[in-house]
Write a new protein. Structure first.
Length: 93
């Protein structure tokens, strides 16, 4: 598996976790920080770990397209899971 494939899987998991948290605890939307900032935090942690593990060598850094796809996938999951749980689409962003 390449680092890009691992990243997509990781972002899917993060989207499911944050989306599930928003679906189970709707009051978590109103804490002042949008839920997608949690995804950005997870992305930063993964990036730092991948860079430190590979020491910045080629193949250990995630491509920009993969970053965008992973972020969009996680944000879509954050929006879809509460919708499927029957909650309104307000307050997510």
């Amino acid at each position: 598996m390449t680092i890009d494939q691992v990243f997509i899987g990781f972002m899917t998991l993060c989207g499911l976790i944050v989306g599930g948290l928003v679906a189970l605890l709707p009051q978590s939307r109103s804490i002042g920080i949008p839920p997608y900032f949690g995804v950005l935090l997870f992305m930063a942690i993964f990036e730092i770990a991948a860079f430190a593990r590979g020491r910045g060598a080629p193949g250990s850094v995630i491509k920009m397209e993969t970053r965008l796809i992973g972020f969009l996938l996680a944000v879509v999951l954050i929006a879809v899971l509460p919708y499927l749980a029957g909650q309104p689409m307000t307050g997510l962003f």
